[in-house]
Design a protein around this ligand. Structure first.
Ligand code: NAP
Ligand code: ZN
Length: 391
């Protein structure tokens, strides 16, 4: 019998989140049932609940793809996990397993990748349903897409590794920082959830690092996480001094911005890898790339094997997320902070387990947000703010 499960869902493109009851499927032979303890609030969740991107969106939408928890039960054919194991579930929960990408272990590039939430799936009986994510008490999912969280990583600070961690580890590895170490000068643009983990990972790989941020507000936090240099991108004079000084920039910015200008920071033969997914397209002049043999690339999450490798790397090198724990009821407040980029916090993580025991699932409205338009009432940063760097 499918089980009832408490969750948090957006009902429409307002993105406002409220409590909902959902069903979780029966535990199949290859499934793992996970009691969710922590669920990170990724900026993608916010893009998704507000339908920022082109694509089909299903409401109610239960976001959440930075899931850390403990195995409650396993299907009869599951050998890899047992009840009590500490595990994580990330951005996707299945893929075709047959295409070139899947065979290479690059499941996140499979055309049939099943996202942890907002993907329509059909079971063997032909019934269709939509996947629901980690803003919920539990999840039942295929064991092949579940990873182990090493003992010395707290579940709370490990949760964001399941998306933000692997999304930045993968391009650092693919574009040479892991092997190159001190020879690869890494720039990290946008110091939020992804950005701070990109910094910690690049440091652990031995790379010289520069954080590129729109203001000075996060300077202390970046230095504390090990940044060697800090560039305020809105400061024209400082920007000029940093031009051409980075071999690999991991661009984690979530809002529309001037890529052409940012490319000036890349050294000859270097690369900028986009992981951030602003809603709109952008213009790049051919001369920004051609004249200095610069690569402009993109990168999407990472493979399952690679995710386990990243978690083991983090455990070995003491890399974990800087988090602000929130009860489930405060999720709209966290989303407000992300949309307005008005806090210096790196990652909000919902304490699902404690919220369950304290009965804190009734989400409070936030009077800074008008539910009809999602317009942010605060004067600090206007809605859809384009900060000076992103003119
Ligand atoms: P986040 O914590 O909100 O960080 C984004 C950063 O972008 C902010 O900290 C800020 O950095 C900068 N920023 C935000 N709003 C801005 C604005 N209006 N103008 C200028 N800069 C702004 O978000 P996140 O969770 O790290 O996610 C970052 C992006 O990556 C999102 O677009 C998300 O959807 C995408 N993502 C992609 C993948 C993938 O597989 N490629 C996976 C996960 C997430 P500063 O304050 O330092 O300037
Ligand atoms: Zn994410």
């Amino acid at each position: 019998m499918a089980k009832d499960c408490i969750a948090l869902a957006a009902r429409d493109t307002s993105g406002i989140i409220k409590r909902i009851n959902i069903k979780r499927r029966d535990v199949g032979p290859n499934d793992v049932e996970v009691d969710i303890h922590y669920s990170g609030v990724c900026r993608s969740d916010v893009h998704m609940v507000r339908s920022d991107w082109i694509g089909t969106n299903y409401y109610p939408m239960v976001p959440g793809h930075e899931i850390a928890g403990v195995v409650k039960s396993v299907g009869k054919d599951v050998k890899k996990f047992k009840p009590g194991d500490r595990v994580g579930v990330g951005v996707y929960v299945d893929s075709c397993r047959n295409c070139d990408s899947c065979k290479r272990g690059d499941e996140s590039y499979c055309d049939d990748m099943v996202a942890t939430y907002n993907t329509e799936v059909t079971d063997e009986k032909g019934n269709t349903s939509v996947t629901y994510g980690g803003y919920s008490a539990s999840i039942v999912t295929d064991a092949g897409y579940v990873v182990s969280i090493p003992d010395n990583l707290g579940l709370d600070v490990a949760a964001p590794l399941l998306c933000a961690g692997i999304t930045t580890y993968s391009p650092l590895r693919h574009f040479g920082a892991l092997k190159g170490g001190p020879k690869v000068r890494v720039g990290i643009m946008g110091f939020g959830g992804l950005g701070h983990l990109a910094l910690k990972l690049a440091k652990a790989m031995g790379c010289p690092t520069t954080v590129i941020s729109t203001s000075n507000r996060k300077k202390d936090a970046a230095l504390k996480c090990g940044a060697d240099r800090f560039l305020v991108s809105t400061d024209e004079k400082q920007f000029k001094e940093f031009e051409g000084s980075m071999d690999l920039i991991i661009n984690c910015v979530s809002a529309d911005h001037d890529i052409d200008r940012a490319l000036k920071l890349v050294a000859n033969d270097g690369a900028m890898v986009l992981v951030g997914l602003p809603p709109h397209d952008f213009k790049v002049h051919p001369f920004s790339l051609v004249g200095r043999r610069i690569t402009l690339a993109g990168s999407h999450v990472g493979g399952i094997g690679e995710t386990q490798e990243m978690l083991d790397f983090c455990a070995k090198n003491n890399v974990f997320a800087e988090i602000t724990e929130i009860p489930a009821k405060d999720v709209n407040r966290a989303i407000y902070e992300l949309v307005s980029n008005s806090s210096t916090k790196n990652r909000f993580v919902i304490n699902v387990k404690d919220s369950m025991t304290a009965g804190e699932w009734e989400v409070e409205d936030d009077d800074r947000i008008d539910p009809k338009s999602w317009k942010i009432q605060s004067k600090v940063v206007p809605d859809e703010a384009v900060l000076p760097f992103h003119k």
